[in-house]
Design a protein around this ligand. Structure first.
Ligand code: C2G
Length: 454
């Protein structure tokens, strides 16, 4: 009796279609036992596929339901194909002929077969047919506005066609020099009255609250730079408004959406470094540029930057119970602040933020069995290291991202709107509230101290 012949193939299989089915059947026909590797969302996003509309779970279920598929696995990293070929004693690696040449290196381990692809069908085409294009308007000429417009080009089904800023001349100059955005507004109500579905807000921090409120009231989905609000009670009020209006309100905290950052959180959940006792994290920026009408520096290091450090601290340790600040408050605003937060099980968050000095922007997550080191700039997460007392046991993960990282956040925002969902799993409502609480408390303290001085 001849031995069972094992075939392996990989793919995303978003919106499973006839092209995928044909390919899988062709692969099965090469042998007896078909293993299908479904690519995980973080891995997909790190290899440039950011418009996948279905979750890994949903895609795995769809493949498991096919009776000619014998085993389904999840593909999480680049070297996994070689590992799987050894692990499952694979006889043939099969893949569509759009990949001709790309997997020749696997011939060293098994036989590689490129199979005919089905013409005229693709997940991209289906997504275009299924989802309407989201029209998005930009609010403000902030420091990330141009990068945002460039990065949005990589997200399918989103079109930016309008911009609003209160400086009419600056808007005019912007639209004259920009190829994609033709409509400029200096009147917010008129801008909101247009055909846009969603807005991206990037103005001075003080204006966020009112701009978000008006946009939600006008029925627009909102993606807004950090922090969303500066005063107590405002964020909860806006989140209730978003719920009432059935609209997305999402903080534009790009780190939260990066493939590596999400993979880091997943790896930490495995408990490899034991009980996590401390997170040390630094975020500094000199904020020198004054090219835009909205100036930023006077808004203070904590208001400008603590959302980043609080993101890591809160995601890893949960919300903070008790917060202490050691700030350097010059002429009414802080240029640096050391923020110590207490969390459950006596864990500590040690965050350093500064706009007036530059420092190594790395992060260390310490546990009872080992620690994770994320090199600078940790908030553009790519590589992270798991390290132990026995240095031989250390290992690392790398998940690339393309561009400046904004496109992953834009893709999540667009995907929420398209799927009719309001809440992101990558940045939940309680994440946003917990992150905002740190700077609210700092601002409250500052007000109290001022009162005492007077
Ligand atoms: N496919 C096909 N015909 C189509 C579309 C896709 O035969 N019209 C094949 C692809 O060639 C691939 C499989 O279906 O073999 C899955 O396609 P995708 O979901 O697009 O996944 P892909 O990005 O090709 O993943 O590690 C993952 C692999 O590298 C391939």
């Amino acid at each position: 009796m001849r031995n069972k012949k094992t075939i392996i193939t990989y793919g995303t299989y978003d919106m499973l279609h006839i092209g995928h089915m044909n390919l899988l059947k062709r692969a099965k026909a090469l042998g007896d036992y078909l293993i299908v590797g479904v690519t995980d969302e973080n891995y997909d996003r790190s290899r440039g596929k950011l418009n996948v509309s279905e979750s890994t779970k949903k895609r795995v279920k769809a493949i498991e339901a096919l009776d000619f598929v014998d085993k389904v696995i999840v593909e999480t990293h680049k070297n996994q194909k070689v590992e799987d070929i050894h692990k499952y004693n694979v006889d043939v690696f099969a893949i569509g002929d759009d990949w001709v040449g790309a997997f020749d290196y696997l011939n060293e381990y098994t036989h590689v077969e490129y199979l005919a692809r089905t013409e005229g069908i693709s997940s991209t085409k289906l997504r275009k047919e299924t989802f309407d294009t989201i029209k998005l308007g930009i609010v403000g000429l902030g420091r990330d506005t141009e990068a945002f417009i460039d990065e949005a080009k990589y997200v399918s089904n989103i079109k930016i066609n309008r911009i609003y800023a209160d400086d009419f001349l600056a808007v005019k100059e912007f639209t004259n020099n920009n190829d994609t955005i033709k409509y400029g507004h200096a009147n917010y109500d008129e801008f909101l009255d247009s055909s846009i579905w969603a807005v991206y807000i990037n103005t001075s921090l003080k204006k966020h609250y009112i701009l978000i409120k008006k946009a939600l009231e006008a029925g627009k989905h909102v993606l807004c730079e950090n922090p969303l609000t500066l005063e107590k009670g405002e964020l909860k009020e806006l989140l209730s408004l978003a719920k009432k209006e059935k609209r997305v309100l999402l903080a534009a905290l790009k780190t939260a959406f990066l493939p590596a950052f999400n993979q880091l959180l997943r790896e930490l959940e495995r408990g490899t470094i034991g009980e996590i006792k401390e997170v040390r994290v630094t975020r500094t920026s000199l904020y020198k540029e004054k090219a835009y009408p909205d100036s930023f520096i006077e808004q203070g290091a904590t208001n400008l930057l603590s959302s980043y450090t609080s993101l890591l601290v809160n995601k890893v340790l949960g919300k903070s119970k008790d917060i202490t600040f050691f700030d350097d408050n010059e002429s009414g605003y802080d240029v640096s602040n050391l923020i110590i937060t207490k969390h459950k099980n006596r864990a500590l968050g040690v965050s350093k933020v500064a706009t007036g000095l530059k420092s190594e922007e790395d992060a260390i997550i310490s546990g009872t069995k080992g620690y994770v080191y994320i090199p600078a700039p940790w908030w553009l997460t790519k590589t992270f290291y798991f390290r132990f007392e026995d240095t031989h046991k250390s290992y690392q993960f790398t998940y690339e991202f393309e561009g400046c990282g904004l496109r992953y956040m834009i893709a999540e925002f667009s995907s929420l709107i398209q799927r009719g969902k309001r809440k992101s799993k990558m940045l939940t409502l309680s994440d946003m509230i917990g992150i905002n609480r740190v700077l609210l408390e700092y601002n409250e303290n500052k007000k109290e101290n001022k009162k005492k001085e007077n």
